[in-house]
Design a binder for this molecule. Sequence first.
Ligand code: HEM
Length: 141
Amino acid sequence: MSVANQKAGVFGVGDASYRAAGERAGIARLVDSFYRIMDELPEARVIREMHPADLAESRDKLTRFLCGWLNGPKLYAEKYGSIKLPMAHAHLRVGTAERDAWILCMRRALEEEGFEPEFSAYLLRELSKPADRIVQVSREP
Ligand code: HEM
């Protein structure tokens, strides 16, 4: 995608966001950073402890999910079947503190991977939507 398109804010069009993220390899690097940061950051301990000790499957799942979510290939469905994101988190207690910690890890990962600031801001805004939905569902009895 050209820089002009990025500035015009057309990330949501077609697979523009998937390509801006560097396709599967770029997303896999982003997810690796995301989980390494979650492992290291004291503010993220609360959500790190919700995950299994071995993060290999979590990495694979999030990478594959984000590829499809960004309108790239549906790699999560291909391997793991269909998923409803809020339901996949319904067994967890996710409040605003947990959501903020998740978003913080993603913000740091985007910075570390050198993503374009406009794209990072767009992605964080878009990711906040399912994150908020996960918090809502977690509140429901
Ligand atoms: C709101 C804060 C969030 C927290 C605290 C959180 C936490 C977790 C945890 C602990 C797991 C592992 C569950 C387990 O192994 O039992 C998980 C799985 C997963 N999360 Fe999140 N998550 C959050 C937001 C998100 C967002 C925004 C996305 C994607 C846009 C996402 C995508 C996924 C995916 C694809 C899985 C694998 C689900 C499965 O296959 O069962 N999560 N999450």
